[in-house]
Ligand binder design. Structure first.
Ligand SMILES: [Mg+2]
Length: 355
């Protein structure tokens, strides 16, 4: 099964409400779908989102790096040495993790279709049902409360609360939502907006209130590992590293220095499925659990992340894959079932989603 062509097409979908964090505001989802076609007619699909604020990749840079990777892949035989072909993706260009992820997803879609199994089965997983949290975008506390009440009505049991304006306002946001919905679990994500001392002060104040806070995600700048360690040692709430961990070396730094309780894996940060599974394996050695998260990506990328969550279900115990729930509708063919917070993978071969 030799690679014959690699093409890209834009994927756009409107969001039910704007997605707002301390780093950015997005009003509609605009992604890139990759199609890899082989000489036997089989097609595999991948997808990624330009997320300049996090991976540094724009739409233009993604198109250009997919072109570079494609030149290295055309004519390669997937049946002969699949892991060698995955290695070519990573050797052909530095960085550009979202573009690599889109290509990897398409390659894994192809190889599992060729082996006539769903991708999660090909990867050694068996779990099919997942429950995701849902993001409550950063707004004033009364607007966030309205969004939280709506999410609760829609069947979500865990909320990802975006924070990061001022400490006083952030504390108010959390208390308002927690008091109105005390039975829901709250995941707090400040997206690098706080200082180390602010993080400690805010969390110590919230901890005194005995709220249903499950974890605190990446409160400080991505490269401040010492700060993370200081926060972890000062608070009781589990601390989750997100932007601090793109690759396995960064994961090892966090694990070896015991600077976070949990690690957030995203295909767009790791460079795809193979690297995400490597990070999960490394965390398994240290007994550290992971979240799997996403960028503002469409159904192909989200489904790929669910297959990874199935393959490493013992380690990946926190699911933050709500992007499919945030879009109005899409025209993709899919056997994935969404029911409130529940997402169930289908049994069709490959990813189970395609244009
Ligand atoms: Mg995050």
């Amino acid at each position: 099964m030799k690679i014959k062509s690699i093409t890209t097409l834009p994927f756009k979908a409107s969001l039910k409400t704007p997605f707002i964090t301390s780093l950015r505001r997005v009003d509609s989802l605009e992604d890139i779908i990759v199609c890899i076609e082989c000489d036997n007619g089989l097609k595999g699909y991948g997808e990624c989102a330009p997320t300049v604020a996090i991976t540094g990749e724009s739409e233009a840079s993604i198109f250009s790096s997919i072109g570079v990777i494609s030149n290295a892949l055309i004519g390669k035989d997937l049946d002969k040495n699949f892991s060698g072909i995955i290695q070519i993706v990573h050797d052909s260009i530095q960085g550009n993790t979202s573009a690599k992820s889109a290509i990897e997803i398409a390659l894994y879609d192809l190889i599992s279709k060729q082996n006539k199994m769903p991708l999660f089965v090909y990867l050694g997983g068996f779990k099919k049902e997942f429950e995701t949290d849902v993001t409550i975008s950063l707004k004033d506390s009364s607007a966030m409360l309205q969004d939280a009440l709506k999410a609760h009505k829609e069947g979500f049991h865990t909320l990802k609360i975006k924070l990061g304006s001022s400490p006083k306002e952030d504390i108010q946001r959390v208390i308002t939502i927690a008091n109105a919905l005390p039975h829901l679990k709250l995941r707090l994500d400040a997206n690098q907006a706080w200082s180390t001392q602010e993080s400690i002060n805010i969390m110590q104040e919230l901890e005194m209130q005995k709220l249903n806070i499950e974890l605190l995600e990446q409160p400080i700048k991505a490269n401040d590992i010492k700060g993370l360690k200081k926060i972890k040692d000062a608070i009781q709430t589990p601390l989750l590293a997100d932007e601090a961990v793109f690759d396995i070396r960064q994961a090892q730094t966090i694990l070896q220095s015991n600077s976070a309780d949990l690690i957030n894996i995203k295909l767009a940060k790791s460079g795809g499925i193979s690297k995400a599974l490597e990070i999960a394996s490394e965390c398994r050695k240290y007994g550290v659990k992971c979240m799997i998260g996403c960028m503002l990506e469409g159904p192909i990328a989200i489904t790929a992340a669910l297959h990874v969550a199935s393959a490493a279900a013992d380690v990946i115990q926190y699911i933050d894959l709500d992007a499919m729930h945030l879009i109005e509708s899409n025209s993709l063919k899919s056997d994935i079932v969404l029911d409130g917070a529940k997402i169930t993978l289908g049994t069709s071969f490959g990813l189970g989603v395609e244009p």
